[in-house]
Design a binder for this molecule. Structure first.
Ligand code: SF4
Ligand code: SF4
Length: 84
């Protein structure tokens, strides 16, 4: 339930703050699934827009945005805390 499918992007446009959801989840995967925190942080730092907006968002806009059932809001905020 955390695997963001490669080249999916069904959720694009769901976030009113333009958080690049799939990119954020990809960098999360580097840290949590590949155990490569440094690479994850380096990749996260390259994103034009971070997921800091997720820390104050109620998560409603992206609640049903993932066609694969990922709880985007639950993952993106903590990813920012972990990698920023
Ligand atoms: S939780 Fe809010 S800010 Fe974060 S991706 Fe979803 S809609 Fe965007
Ligand atoms: S819809 Fe879900 S699986 Fe597809 S890119 Fe967005 S978060 Fe990833």
């Amino acid at each position: 339930m955390t695997y963001c499918r490669h080249a999916c992007n069904d959720c694009i446009g769901a976030c009113p703050y333009n958080v690049p959801i799939s990119d954020v989840l990809r960098t999360r995967m580097y840290a949590t699934d590949y155990n490569n925190l440094k690479f994850a942080k380096d990749e996260y730092a390259q994103l034009d827009i971070s997921a800091d907006a997720c820390l104050t968002c109620d998560g409603k806009p992206c609640r049903d945005a993932c066609s694969h059932g990922i709880n985007i809001a639950q993952l993106c905020g903590p990813t920012h805390v972990m990698l920023a």
